[in-house]
Design a protein around this ligand. Structure first.
Ligand code: SF4
Length: 303
C-alpha cells in the first residue's frame, strides 16, 4: 500500500485519568513515600490499569486479592492498607480494623453515592435493582452496604435483562447504576421497569467523568477512520469506550503501545485516540508517539 497523505492524529477531548483515579494514585504515592516502617498493602487492584498497578508494585506496594490474605498486625507493628477506588463492603473495613490495620480509604467519592442510595432504597422498602456487572468490585461493595437489611436485590446488566426480574405491578422498585455504565442504557432500563410497575424511584449514579468520555469518543469516532482505545481489558469504562467507538468506525482496544500494528493505519486520513478513566497520561503519550513512528515508517517504505 502506498501512503499519499500523512494522517491526522486526534486525541478525544476527554480521555484518561478522572479525578477519582488521580485522587487514589496521589494517596498511594504519599503512603509509599512516607512509609519506612513496614509494607503498604492495597486491597485489590487500586484501579483497573495493569501498567499503573505494575508501577506502584515496583515502588513497593503489595496487592492482595482479599482481606483474608492479610496477617493480623503484631503488637508494636504499624501496617497500612489502602482501599481501592471501587470501594469495599463495611464488613471488610471492620475485618481490617480488627486485624489492627490503619485504613486509608481510596474509594472514589462518586462510588459512595450508589452505596448510600442502595441502602436508603432498601431501608424504605424498595426492591433494589442495580444495573452493573455482579462480579465488578464496585457492585460487590454496594451489595456489602445492604448487609443486615431484608431487601430483595437484583443485579442486571441492562434493559435486555428486565424479564429476569419477574416484576409485579405491586412492586416498588428502586434503581441505581454502576458509576461507569452507559447513561442511555440506564434511561432505557427505567422505561422498561415502568412498563411493569406502578412505582419506580431511580437515582442517576453514573459519574460525570464516564459520561463525558463516552460523549467525547462518540463524537471522535464519527469523524475518524480508526480509533485506538487504551486501557485495561478488565476496565469496565474502557471496554465501554471501545464498544461505543465500534458503533461508528473501526476500533482497536489495546493496553499499551506494544500491541499497535502498522497496517491498522495504512491509507487512513484521521486516527482517533481515547483512553479509559484509569489510563495514565504517559500511556496515551506513548501510544501517540508509537503511532507517529509507525506512520513515518510506512511513508519511508513507500517513498
Ligand atoms: S470513573 Fe467516575 S466513579 Fe470511577 S473513579 Fe473515576 S470519577 Fe470515580
Amino acid at each position: 500500500m502506498i501512503a499519499t497523505e500523512r494522517p491526522i492524529i486526534e486525541i478525544a477531548r476527554s480521555a484518561g485519568w478522572c479525578f477519582g483515579v488521580e485522587r487514589i494514585v496521589e494517596i498511594a504515592e504519599k503512603l509509599l513515600n512516607e512509609t519506612h516502617d513496614g509494607p503498604v498493602y492495597c486491597l485489590g487492584e487500586l484501579i483497573h490499569n495493569p501498567q499503573e498497578v505494575a508501577r506502584l508494585r515496583a515502588k513497593g506496594m503489595i496487592f492482595v486479592k482479599s482481606h483474608e490474605e492479610l496477617p493480623p498486625v503484631e503488637p508494636g507493628q504499624k501496617r497500612k492498607v489502602l482501599i481501592r477506588a471501587h470501594g469495599v463492603a463495611p464488613a471488610v473495613k471492620r475485618a481490617l480494623q480488627q486485624k489492627g490495620y490503619e485504613i486509608y480509604d481510596g474509594t472514589c467519592p462518586l462510588v459512595t453515592i450508589p452505596q448510600k442510595f442502595a441502602r436508603e432504597l432498601a431501608e424504605q422498602g424498595y426492591r433494589v435493582v442495580i444495573m452493573g456487572h455482579i462480579e465488578h468490585p464496585e457492585i460487590q461493595g454496594i451489595l456489602g452496604h445492604l448487609e443486615g437489611l431484608n431487601a430483595r436485590v437484583d443485579v442486571i446488566t441492562g434493559p435486555e435483562e428486565v424479564e429476569k426480574l419477574e416484576l409485579k405491578a405491586s412492586d416498588r422498585v428502586g434503581l441505581i447504576s454502576q458509576t461507569t455504565h452507559p447513561y442511555e442504557k440506564f434511561a432505557q432500563l427505567i422505561g422498561r421497569v415502568l412498563e411493569h410497575c406502578l412505582e419506580v424511584r431511580a437515582y442517576n449514579t453514573i459519574c460525570q467523568a464516564t459520561f463525558e468520555r463516552q460523549e467525547a469518543i462518540r463524537e471522535l469516532a464519527q469523524r475518524c477512520d480508526v480509533v485506538i482505545v487504551i486501557g485495561g481489558r478488565n476496565s469496565s469504562n474502557t471496554c465501554r469506550l471501545a464498544e461505543i467507538a465500534q458503533e461508528h468506525t473501526t476500533c482497536y482496544h489495546i493496553e499499551d503501545a506494544s500491541e499497535l500494528k502498522g497496517e491498522w493505519f495504512w491509507g487512513k486520513k484521521r486516527i482517533g485516540i481515547s483512553a479509559g478513566a484509569s489510563t495514565p497520561t504517559w500511556a496515551i503519550v506513548a501510544v501517540q508517539s508509537a503511532i507517529e513512528q509507525l506512520i513515518s515508517k510506512s511513508f519511508q517504505a513507500s517513498g
